[in-house]
Design a protein around this ligand. Structure first.
Ligand SMILES: [Cu+2]
Length: 116
């Protein structure tokens, strides 16, 4: 193989790597501490949990920039099948929230556990 052929192959490979990462579905997981202010059903949707959460310093916006999120009360949406067994309004909890930026921006709670 000539040096020129090698150089062409290497540049083709790196072009592929760039193209792949542009389509990669990156997920970010946030551990969010808070207090349950509303359970699904009644005045909330079936997959909606209202939580007064602590600050989330590493939180990313829809561009992927780390912007953080201040403490607030807001709805979170549960991934299908996530258990809320033993969890009730007023409980201190730790949520695991999974965020995807691509192909579209989504955020879903993948687990809810009672905090110590
Ligand atoms: Cu928030």
């Amino acid at each position: 193989m000539t040096t020129v052929t090698k150089a062409v192959l290497i540049s083709m490979l790196s072009a592929c790597a760039i193209a792949t990462s542009a389509f990669a579905d990156e997920a970010y997981i946030y551990n969010v501490k808070g207090i349950i202010k509303g359970m699904p059903g009644d005045r909330l949707a079936k997959n909606e949990l209202l939580v007064k959460h602590q600050p989330i310093p590493g939180y990313r916006d829809d561009t992927g920039a780390i912007v953080g999120m201040m403490a607030m009360t807001m709805p979170f949406y549960l991934k299908e099948g996530v258990s809320l067994e033993g969890i009730k309004e007023g409980d201190s909890v730790e949520l695991k929230v999974e965020q995807h930026l691509k192909p579209k921006f989504t955020e879903e709670v993948i687990s809810v556990a009672k905090a110590e």
